[in-house]
Design a protein around this ligand. Sequence first.
Ligand code: NAD
Length: 282
Amino acid sequence: MSEGGAAPGGGAAPGGGGVVGSDGGAIGSDGGAIGLMRGTALAGRTALVTGGARGLGEAYVRALHGAGANVIVADLLDEAGAALADELGERARSVRLDVTDEAEWEAAVAASVDAFGSLDVLVNNAGIANSAPIEHFTTAKWDAVIAVNLTGTFFGCRAVTPVMKAAGGGSIINISSVEGLRGSPGLHGYTAAKFGVRGLTKSLAVELGPFGIRVNSVHPGLILTDMTTRIDPERIDIPLGRPGVPDDVAGTIVFLASDAARFTSGGEFVVDGGMITGIPHK
Ligand code: NAD
């Protein structure tokens, strides 16, 4: 999270650090405890993950690769993306992609098809967050968060549709948030964008279903990444007793990418440790 006093998944962010280590102590960063992420469920498929160089996107890249997919790490962070692809080796490539740039989208899709012959899975994960009280929420802040989180997702869905239609199907996974399901003070642009991603997912699921293309949204809760370093998890009531780590969400991504989810489209997958299920108490 770059600015302001609130952050995704957690409402007010008064400062303070995480109480759980980066791997949460429960699941290794390679998702080794989860068989779904270590198999051949996605062998022969190609998956492109935007914002795939770090944080949640990196976990999705590793998990999809672990499940047998060819992966494309697509990010503004060229060096980190290239390093991740190099580390994964065979079946991994990186491309520089600013999701707000239509021409770069065309190039990224073409690069995926050139490298691996197909593009079967798109994870629209790239995102930014900003916040301010509404009287101080500048047009620049609004435009920036809508451009990356909503318009970038729209560009991605549009760019992959011809390739997926030609292939007879595909899976588009749009990363929304619990902020795409409820309000949060200060997060006006972020919340509007994440609700928009949820709505875009529905219209696409209806339109693209007849072409075998499934479109679902994923709604993470508080996950410890660079975006949420200002949130104190101790202040947030999470029924499962801890904030999430990126691997906690990766299994849902692999599932939605795979044939195990073959009859699932237009769905909303909340991955938040139960955070928004209960009645919040003061
Ligand atoms: P992060 O800041 O660690 O990673 C975001 C990634 O997106 C970075 O690699 C960044 O370079 C990339 N990115 C930013 N703008 C881009 C652009 N214009 N083009 C291409 N790439 C761009 O954040 P994260 O926590 O890993 O968040 C990933 C996604 O998950 C975001 O969409 C975020 O809104 C969503 N999310 C996060 C949480 C959480 O608690 N961390 C909760 C709900 C939803």
